[in-house]
Write a protein that binds this ligand. Structure first.
Ligand SMILES: [Zn+2]
Length: 219
C-alpha cells in the first residue's frame, strides 16, 4: 500500500505477525512459525474492513534452538524493545494486535504488551494454542503447514522427536536447549499429520483470534 492508501483505509486495527527463523526438524521450513502467524493475521485482515496487516517480524527469540543450522535469533530483550518501539511509532491505528507464532517469543511479547498497555496503548497479544497439541514441529505444526502450503513440507522426512510432555523436558532444555532433549529438533510426533486436521485447527485458531480482536475493538 501507499501512504495515502493507508490514510484512506481509515483502519483502526493493525495486525502484526511475530514469527521466528529456527529449525523445525528435518521436514518443516525454518519460517514455519512466521507462516502460521502471517496466515492467521491475514485471515483476520480479510474478515475485518477496519484491519490492516503489517509485514511480519520474521526473526524472534530462538536461543533454545542454537546449534541447529539455519536458526537466527535476536533474543528476548531485543524482540521486546522492537515491539515496544514499533507500537510507540504508530499514529494511525487505535488498536494493535500481536499475532505470535512462536513459544519462545511468549515472554518478550507479554512484557512488551504489559509495558505498552501501561503507557496507554490498546494492544493485545494472541499466541495460538491447541489443546493437546505438541510443542514444536510435531503433528500440530505439520498439519497446519500441510493446510497452508503442502509444497513446503518434506513429509517423507518427518519423524518423531522427544514426545515427553514439555513440562518434563523444560528443565533440561533450559540449560542445554532443544538439542539436549531432541537430536532431530522435533518436540512431538508429526505422524498422522494431515491437511484436513490442519484446516480444522486453523479455522479454530482464526475463530479464537477473531474473538479476541472483536473483544478489544468492538466493545
Ligand atoms: Zn514452530
Amino acid at each position: 500500500m501507499t501512504s495515502p492508501e493507508v490514510l484512506g483505509a481509515r483502519a483502526r486495527v493493525l495486525l502484526i505477525p511475530v514469527g521466528s527463523l529456527e529449525q523445525h526438524g528435518p521436514h518443516l521450513p525454518l519460517d514455519t512459525d512466521t507462516r502460521i502467524a502471517v496466515a492467521l493475521a491475514t485471515a483476520i485482515a480479510d474478515q475485518r474492513a477496519d484491519a490492516l496487516l503489517a509485514p511480519a517480524i520474521a526473526i524472534g527469540s530462538s536461543g533454545e534452538h542454537e546449534g541447529f543450522a539455519g536458526t537466527l535469533s535476536i533474543g528476548g530483550d531485543v524482540l521486546n524493545l522492537v515491539l515496544v518501539e514499533l507500537v510507540r511509532s504508530n499514529r494511525d491505528f487505535a488498536h494493535v494486535v500481536f499475532v505470535n507464532g512462536h513459544g519462545g517469543n511468549l515472554d518478550p511479547v507479554r512484557r512488551a504488551r504489559e509495558q505498552l498497555v501501561a503507557e496507554g496503548h490498546s494492544v493485545i497479544a494472541f499466541s495460538p494454542s491447541v489443546p493437546g497439541g505438541d510443542a514444536h514441529a510435531g503433528r500440530t505444526e505439520t498439519s497446519l503447514l500441510l493446510h497452508l502450503d503442502p509444497s513446503v513440507v518434506r513429509l517423507d522426512l518427518a519423524e518423531a522427536g522427544a514426545t515427553e510432555p514439555l513440562a518434563e523436558l523444560l528443565p533440561t532444555m533450559r540449560t542445554g536447549g532443544v538439542r539436549a532433549v531432541s537430536p532431530n529438533g522435533v518436540l512431538g510426533d508429526p505422524t498422522g499429520a494431515s491437511a484436513e486436521e490442519g484446516a480444522e485447527l486453523f479455522e479454530t485458531l482464526v475463530d479464537s483470534l477473531g474473538a479476541c480482536v472483536a473483544a478489544m475493538v468492538d466493545q
